[in-house]
Design a protein around this ligand. Structure first.
Ligand code: MEV
Length: 303
């Protein structure tokens, strides 16, 4: 990944995905792996994305072109034509917030090119216009964490609550290799809700309690409790039919190798899982996930 340029971070949801769409809090963290972008003057506005090797123009019909149009339209000042280049170092459709990271990197690159200073909150807000093109009804957690980083409690339409983490968390992130669509997974959860609203409300309540306790565990530096709460969240997500055989295999392997907890992260239905571990177990946990036939990498969050 090119290390220069404006950064949009990838993200993991430690607990609370999907429920966050319905207004409950989620515990999320930015990761350093993300997207870098830079922009400069040009004769026409284009966005070139590597390693996908695609070039888009505002006004195009593709989702990416529509997202670009949305952020150009949302910019507070009139923009000259810009050539924007982005380097993506995240898997797409894998639950790590790739589209939001790309949107935030592009927004920051535009701001840098025209000398327009923006706060993280302003960047995150414009990132939501980008995310709406892809996800229909996003909670806003991905674009917010892509802009802010750190570890935080995110709640829809509420100010972000950054958390002070005593020691950085070591996560192993395993990728099932199956891309999934956040829009479809969110729609699937909505279908389940309409089938049995009372049961769904109970699930939301349970996830809310898990997130609340996870926040306390995190603030206390209690990795055992935090890991157990992640496992419980995984059970509830599996109950919403969001887990897959590959995700379960990776979570099981991680726990057997000493992870204190493991769960899918993001939309599920494929994509990535995260395992929380003591730093000295990280290599063993990564190796155990890789033995199930999937890629894994170690990420520190909250440092
Ligand atoms: C996707 O990273 C997280 C979901 O909760 C969707 C959203 O919050 O918009 C599944």
């Amino acid at each position: 990944m090119e290390q220069r340029g404006a950064l949009g971070r990838g993200k993991v949801i430690l607990l609370g995905e999907h429920a966050v769409v319905y207004g409950t809090p989620a515990l999320a963290a930015g990761i350093e792996r993300g997207v870098r972008a830079h922009a400069g003057p040009s004769e026409e506005t284009t966005l070139h994305v590597q390693p996908w090797d695609v070039t888009l123009r505002p006004g195009g019909k593709e989702d990416l072109a529509r997202a670009l149009t949305a952020v150009l339209d949302a910019h507070p000042s009139e923009l000259p034509p810009l050539s924007i280049h982005a380097d993506v170092a995240l898997p797409a459709g894998a639950g790590l917030g790739c589209s939001a990271a790309l949107g935030v990197a592009v927004i920051r690159a535009i701001d840098q090119a025209v000398g327009h200073p923006s706060t993280d909150a302003e960047v995150a807000e414009r990132g939501l216009a980008w995310e709406r093109v892809f996800h229909g009804n996003p909670s806003g957690v991905d674009n917010t964490m892509a802009a802010h980083g750190g570890v935080a409690v995110y709640r829809r339409a509420a100010p972000l609550e950054p958390l002070q983490v005593r020691t950085p968390l070591t996560l192993v992130i395993g990728n099932s290799g199956h891309a999934s669509s956040t829009k479809e997974m969110v729609a699937e959860v909505a279908r389940q809700r309409s089938r049995d609203e009372a049961r769904f409300e109970k699930t939301l309540e349970s996830i809310t309690i898990l997130v609340r306790n996870a926040r306390l565990a995190l603030e206390d530096g209690d990795l055992i409790a935090l890991g157990q709460l992640m496992d419980l969240n995984q059970n509830l997500l599996a109950g919403l039919m969001l887990s897959t055989t590959a995700l379960e295999e990776m979570c099981g392997a991680a726990r057997e190798a000493g992870a204190t907890g493991a769960k899918l992260t993001g939309a599920g239905g494929g994509g990535c899982m995260i395992a929380l571990t003591e730093p000295d177990r990280a290599d063993a946990v990564r190796a155990a996930i890789e033995e199930t036939g999937h890629d894994a990498f170690v990420a520190e969050v909250g440092g």
